[in-house]
Write a protein that binds this ligand. Structure first.
Ligand code: CO8
Length: 257
């Protein structure tokens, strides 16, 4: 019943296992994949066959390696701001405000937009090989899909500052210690464990859970997301952004002035 180009959706026992599937780009978020995710969440909200959603990435290496750098490399400030604003509204906020619980099963790299996707989910578990980080400053950008807002909430402001400034990745073990992920399991066990948690949730009152999500999310709202989008857009007009993205595509280190 579900048909998406870049998502594999398997529904069983009221649990939807949603696999982001662009293995050739380590599941990077391009426009088509973002559209698929957005459409899936719209459909899932009113689908009585689905009580819990698990998000994961295809392959054994990557959850999501970020927004698709090749797709936005020649955007200007206006396009960059639009991209971030639309993405936040149509995908990331939609996930966070989903009526059905969303578990991110982080099976490898969760970088940039990939970590932002995991953070927009209601909670995260990870496999031992997972690596999580926000490397946008290496491209002359900042996180544009809510990362500046959600990372400090989850791990504290000082740790988030350091992670975003250094672009360092957290190992799964470290991510667990600081509360970025709730559990770490071997990769072969990851989906089973996610399904086990989902099954437990699916037996509780779905109307109560819907209200719990709404109440827990209610404490978050201020204008931080707007500031992030505006700064994100401004950076597209800077030289560093051109240098950062071109360097990535040319597989060399950027030379920031
Ligand atoms: N975008 C596009 N293509 C990508 C991306 C990406 N984010 N990540 C990996 N790929 C591609 C590579 O280009 C490569 O393609 P090809 O084979 O055609 O050269 C293929 O996937 C495999 O990747 P690598 O060969 O690089 O694999 P490695 O094992 O050597 O390295 C890494 C894995 C470390 C994950 C490396 O791929 C990497 O550093 N990727 C980029 C990570 C990154 O910087 N992510 C942040 C992107 S910016 C972002 O997410 C902004 C969020 C806010 C956006 C708001 C609106 C846009």
């Amino acid at each position: 019943e579900y048909n998406y180009n870049n998502l594999i959706v398997e529904v069983e026992n009221k649990i939807a296992l949603v696999t982001l599937n662009r293995p050739e780009a380590l599941n990077a978020l391009n426009k088509d994949l973002l559209d698929d995710i957005s459409n899936f969440f719209t459909n899932a909200d009113s689908d009585s066959d689905i009580r819990v959603i698990i998000l994961t990435g295809s392959g054994e290496k990557s959850f999501v390696a970020g927004a698709d750098i090749k797709e936005f490399a020649n955007f200007d400030g206006h396009q960059g701001e639009q991209l971030a604003a639309k993405g936040q509204e149509n995908v990331f906020d939609k996930i966070e405000n989903s009526k059905k619980p969303v578990i991110a099963a982080v099976n490898g790299f969760a970088l940039g937009g990939g970590l932002e996707l995991a953070m927009a989910s209601h909670f995260r578990i990870a496999s031992t090989n997972a690596k999580l980080g926000l490397p946008e400053v290496t491209l002359g950008l900042i996180p544009g899909y809510g990362g500046t807002q959600r990372l400090p909430k989850l791990i504290g402001k000082g740790r988030a500052m350091q992670a975003i400034m250094t672009a360092d990745m957290f190992t799964a073990e470290r991510a667990y210690e600081i509360g970025l992920v709730n559990e770490v399991v071997e990769q072969v066990e990851l989906i089973n464990r996610a399904k086990e948690i989902a099954t437990k949730i699916s037996k509780n009152s779905s109307v109560a859970i819907r209200h719990a999500i709404r109440a827990i999310n209610a404490s978050d709202k201020d204008n931080g997301f707007e500031v992030e989008i505006e700064s994100f857009g401004n950076l597209f007009d800077e030289e560093d952004f051109k240098e950062g993205t071109i360097a990535f595509i040319e597989k060399r280190k950027p030379n920031f002035k």
